[in-house]
Design a protein around this ligand. Structure first.
Ligand SMILES: Nc1ncnc2c1ncn2[C@@H]1O[C@H](COP(=O)(O)OP(=O)(O)OP(=O)(O)O)[C@@H](O)[C@H]1O
Ligand SMILES: [Mg+2]
Length: 249
């Protein structure tokens, strides 16, 4: 065993638009946090990240910005994404050294420039060897598909920013399509719908709750209903209405 392995461990990172997960060899999933960062606007100093930063969305004053440094599955704000990755890696590191080998999952539709940005971030965070792995391949292995088989398996991964569809056979991706439309667009569509249909302003978190609790693509045996609180766009007064899963479809 090489000496460094006593002090650092190998990790795999799913740097998602919505959530970041880190798996450490021998320890399993050690981090699962929203990919959200709160920072001081002028100094760009990190204030909070993950769940803590997400709780600040819509509640900050002018000097604090809360952002998601990834957009459509790729890095949008390089500096902030790198600080986030570094902080997350530090949080899960137990040894004296940062992890040496790091696998980062990336969307299949990613460009060379975007790949470079992901690789640089991981290297800046201390990783010596960085491997990029296509997300559908990681998903296939994760759900227990034998990816070496000479038969095709189709993976559809709907994330926050991207939807990845891939056919995997013989350890490779045979056909792929990456669409930059996913869960976030659905959340936004709900916000727009309330604005248009009910003259009501609802926040992103409310819209996401509606989507997750009563959202459906096909008619349900028993339709659901939920109470939604927001602000009337005309009067400015807070209001509450009930909506059904049928209406959200
Ligand atoms: N129960 C649910 N019903 C509908 N949508 C859900 C549910 N749970 C989570 N989501 C949505 O899934 C998305 C997050 O998925 P995921 O964590 O896989 O994304 P990600 O990997 O961070 O993003 P990407 O792969 O695009 O970079 C969010 O838009 C979230 O609202
Ligand atoms: Mg993902």
């Amino acid at each position: 065993m090489a000496a460094w392995s006593l002090f650092s461990s190998d990790i795999a990172i799913d740097l998602g638009t919505a959530n970041t997960l880190i798996w450490a060899k021998g320890r399993g999933i050690v981090l699962n946090e929203p990919s959200v960062v709160a920072y001081e606007r002028n100094s760009r100093q990190l204030i909070a990240l993950g769940h803590e930063a997400q709780a600040m969305i819509g509640k900050t004053h002018r000097d604090i910005r809360v952002i998601r440094p990834l957009k459509d599955g790729v890095i949008a704000d390089f500096e902030i994404a790198e600080s986030m990755l570094r902080a997350f890696i530090r949080r899960v590191s137990t040894g004296a050294l940062p992890p040496r080998r790091v696998i980062v999952c990336v969307p299949v539709g990613i460009t060379e420039v975007e790949k470079r940005a992901v690789r640089d971030s991981a290297e800046q965070a201390g990783a010596k060897d960085v491997y990029l792995l296509a997300e559908p391949m990681a998903a296939a292995i994760g759900v227990g598909i034998d990816v070496h088989e000479p038969t095709g398996n189709m993976i559809v991964d709907i994330g926050g920013g991207t939807t990845e569809i891939a056919v995997i056979a013989l350890s490779g991706i045979v056909a792929e399509e990456s669409v930059r439309v996913a869960g976030d667009e659905m959340t936004n569509a709900i916000i727009q719908y309330f604005r248009r249909q009910h003259n009501m302003l609802i926040g992103e978190r409310t819209a996401e709750t509606i989507k997750c609790q009563i959202g459906s693509a096909v008619p349900l045996e028993e339709e659901y209903e939920i109470e939604v609180r927001g602000r009337n766009l005309v009067t400015g007064i807070p209001q509450m209405i009930r909506v059904t899963s049928e209406e959200i479809r």
